[in-house]
Ligand binder design. Structure first.
Ligand SMILES: [Fe+2]
Length: 255
């Protein structure tokens, strides 16, 4: 399975070039030298939750030639994104009231499990016991050991980047416990939120953050709280996933 991974569109942030960057990104993905099975968008579709911004974002995303799947970021709000999907992408899975925008996609060789960590006012998000149980149940029911890709907005590690992470929530540990338990079937955890390409691993399972389409965070590694915003997007990831391996390649292009 060949997946293009983009993130953090932040449409509606008037200080940046998000709309222009997203149009360019869609054009690059549509004209890429190979076809993707799907595009994944790991959260923060809009910056301020307005209907108009969702309309702009989905009008551009709907130009993609292949299927695409979005998840909730801390800037989205579950209900806002669910409402926007109903209006502008009605065939996209929408989850429900209890678990929010969590859903599974079984149309490919790799199963996609999309998680919703949205909690109002909490940058690092939260996952209720019900949401975690939903994830565990999906993995438990995967008797054929089909490879799995999990989509979740936050990078579930405490690594001192406090511009993005104002506290370490308890769901990180619960999530890592579940991923570790099913590490043989989970090939990739795809994230956003950090606006920069960053990787980690959970008990050997790769965790990959795609850069923001809107603006790139340039870190000062002496002091990770100092982040410089670069309005140019760095690009996107291509993930090639099969039963055995995942290979992730950052593709950059000039804006
Ligand atoms: Fe975010």
């Amino acid at each position: 399975m060949l997946v293009a991974h983009i993130s953090d569109l932040h449409i509606g942030d008037s200080t940046k070039n998000g709309t222009q960057n997203l149009q360019k990104m869609v054009d690059v993905l549509n004209n890429f030298e190979v076809d993707f099975d799907c595009v994944i968008v790991t959260g923060d579709i809009v910056h301020g939750r307005s209907k108009q911004d969702y309309k702009t974002a989905f009008e551009l995303l709907n130009q993609l030639k292949c299927p695409y799947f979005v998840i909730t970021g801390n800037k989205d709000g579950t209900q806002n994104l669910q409402n926007a999907l109903e209006l502008y992408r009605p065939l996209h899975p929408r989850g429900d009231e209890k678990i929010g925008l969590q859903y599974e996609v079984n149309d490919f060789d790799v199963q996609i499990l999309a998680l919703d960590t949205y909690k109002q006012g909490v940058m690092n998000g939260e996952m209720s016991a019900e949401k975690l149980a939903w994830l565990e149940q999906r993995l438990k029911e995967n008797h054929s050991q089909k490879p799995v890709m999990i989509l979740v907005h936050q990078f579930p590690f405490d690594w001192r980047s406090h511009t993005f992470d104002n506290r370490k929530p308890s769901w990180y540990e619960d999530f890592k416990r579940i991923v570790s338990q099913y590490k043989s079937m989970i090939k990739l955890v795809a994230c956003g939120h950090l606006h920069n390409p960053v990787t980690g691993n959970i008990n050997g399972v790769p965790v990959v953050v795609a850069p923001s389409v809107n603006w790139r965070a340039k870190y000062d590694f002496k002091k990770l709280d100092d982040i410089v915003a670069d309005k140019k997007s760095l690009g996107f990831y291509v993930h090639q996933i099969d039963n055995e391996n995942v290979v992730s390649c950052l593709v950059t292009f000039p804006l």
